[in-house]
Design a protein. Structure first.
Ligand code: GUN
Ligand code: ZN
Length: 496
């Protein structure tokens, strides 16, 4: 068992946890953001990240220090914490990203892990092979074999209390991701980044990003802290957290700022296009887009970077509160509306609903039915599974509205999207859901799927659906085995 990571609150596959980083002597609350610090640039000073943004952890690249005449000896002499002036936890990368960009780096896993240890890193990284999307299966397998060897080499390096990342690769082959994750989890390493997803995110391939995360999660234990390498845009935090990611690193705040771009939770804006700042962070409360445009290059970059960090941390807090309140999927639904590719990402997440259901709490605060996707949420599929276990006593009528039972042995309610349930359960979660009065087709179909589950589990029982205002298409979706009783004329339709 891994004892450095403790889960506190769950929602879907999302969780709030505590990652203990022994070498730093700190406990980092997850989901956490690790701003990327490039020692050559330092767009925002690490001390400011700590004081103004509450950063508990950051990430920098050990390979930059290793290969730099300016920084190598200083890092070895002073240590990263003093050199960067940061007292929280520091994660270092290994040069694998440079390997992916330039095809070659001149360091081994032993050397770079030892070096990361020697400069005082709290979480180090071996030289994994970030296999890009869409490569041949042969290449993905070959690269993965190398990555696995490097993780095993990393296990043998004496790094004291430093935690070590075990990156999970596998390109766009979910079965390889799962296998990579299972192998990584079997090592003694500590943190599990899902790697080489940057090209997917750059191309808005959020569905495949989600599939990669879900595949990795299948191979990892629930106690594995999962990092989404290179994911720093606040737009996708809710989605990635709901898929089970705990750590994010953001170079985006600085890279976009350099490019005069302004992050929002709905996407990226060009500073040139903004007449108004849709944000109340200290930067946006104090200035107008015109004023920011008139700043000199460096000041403008730092100003935009500050805003970008404010929205990024704000979204992370919103995600954590949503987990606390049990409505993370409702936040994901909201974010999914900002781009069709985000909607694909959310739909890919719902394709993995069984995986979400396994960790989703049985009872939460509320269920808001707010989109066609709501009908596919884990709470609905869990109710359908449960229908096969609920006892049914004799001939049963399923009423789409409150009403008397017309002489049947037993009366249940039939409500989209959950389907049938005994009246006694109507005050229990999630059947207390707030739903719109005008259901969409998906909600009726989900209810029909619930009826099917009930009928299949009770082949000896006669079921009748007593309906009031259900559309024809919804009635057609019901299994043939149920009788239909039109209650609109009033017989048996008195409201109770
Ligand atoms: N940064 C972004 N992606 C990756 C990756 O796959 N591996 C490593 N080590 N760093 C990354
Ligand atoms: Zn702002």
């Amino acid at each position: 068992m891994r004892d450095s990571f403790e889960l506190r609150t769950l929602d879907g596959a999302g969780r709030i946890g505590d990652l203990e980083v022994p070498r730093a002597g700190v406990t980092v609350e997850t989901p956490a953001l690790l701003p990327v610090i490039n020692p050559h640039i330092r767009t925002i000073e690490p001390a400011e990240l700590e004081s103004d943004f509450g950063a508990q952890i950051l990430i920098t690249n050990g390979y930059i220090f290793y290969g730099s005449d300016e920084f190598r000896d200083r890092a070895l002499a002073e240590g990263l914490h003093d050199l960067l002036d940061f007292s929280g936890a520091i994660m270092t990368d290994s040069g694998s990203f440079q390997l992916a960009e330039y095809g070659d780096i001149s360091v081994t896993t032993e050397e770079i892990l030892q070096f990361q240890h020697d400069i005082g890193s709290d979480i180090g990284t071996p030289v994994d092979i970030p296999t890009p999307p869409d490569v041949s299966r042969e290449q993905a397998e070959r690269d993965l074999a190398t990555t696995k060897q490097r993780l095993e080499i990393a296990e043998g390096v004496d790094v004291g209390e430093m935690l070590v990342n075990a990156p999970v690769q596998g390109s766009t082959y979910p079965d390889l991701r799962e296998e990579a994750a299972r192998h990584a989890y079997s090592t003694s390493l500590d943190v599990f980044p899902v790697g080489a997803v940057v090209p997917l995110m750059n191309d808005y391939r959020y569905a495949e990003m989600v599939e990669a995360v879900l595949a990795a999660k299948r191979g990892l234990g629930a106690d594995a802290p999962v990092h989404l390498f290179g994911a720093g845009h606040p737009m996708m935090f809710a989605l990635a957290v709901a898929a089970g990611c705990d750590l994010f690193d953001s170079a985006a705040y600085a890279l976009y700022a350099r490019d005069d771009r302004y992050l929002t939770v709905r996407g990226t804006e060009k500073l040139a296009d903004l007449d108004y700042f849709p944000c109340s962070c200290p930067v946006c409360s104090d200035t107008t887009p015109d004023e920011v445009r008139s700043l000199d290059g460096d000041t403008r970059e730092r100003t935009l970077a500050r805003h970008n960090l404010h929205v990024t941390y704000e979204e992370l807090r919103r995600v954590k509160q949503a987990i606390r309140s049990g409505n993370l999927l409702e936040l994901v639904e909201e974010r999914a509306r900002s781009h069709p590719a985000m909607l694909d990402g959310y739909r890919a997440l719902l394709d993995g609903v069984d995986q979400l259901e396994a960790s989703d709490p049985v009872s939460k605060g509320s269920f808001f039915h707010v989109s066609t996707e709501s009908a596919r949420r884990p709470e609905v599929t869990r109710h359908h599974d449960r229908l096969s276990r609920l006892p049914v006593e004799g001939e049963t009528v399923l009423l789409t509205q409150g009403g008397n039972n017309g002489g049947f042995d037993e009366t249940w309610r039939l409500v989209p999207p959950f389907g049938p349930f005994p009246r006694a359960l109507s005050k229990t979660y999630p059947l207390t859901a707030e739903t719109p009065e005008r259901f969409d087709r998906a909600a009726y179909e989900a209810a029909a799927a619930g009826v099917r589950a009930l009928v299949e589990a009770n082949p000896e029982t006669e079921f009748t659906v007593g309906y009031f205002d259900w559309p024809e298409a919804a009635l057609d979706a019901l299994p043939d085995a149920v009788g239909l009783l039109d209650l609109r004329e009033g017989d048996g339709g008195s409201d109770t």
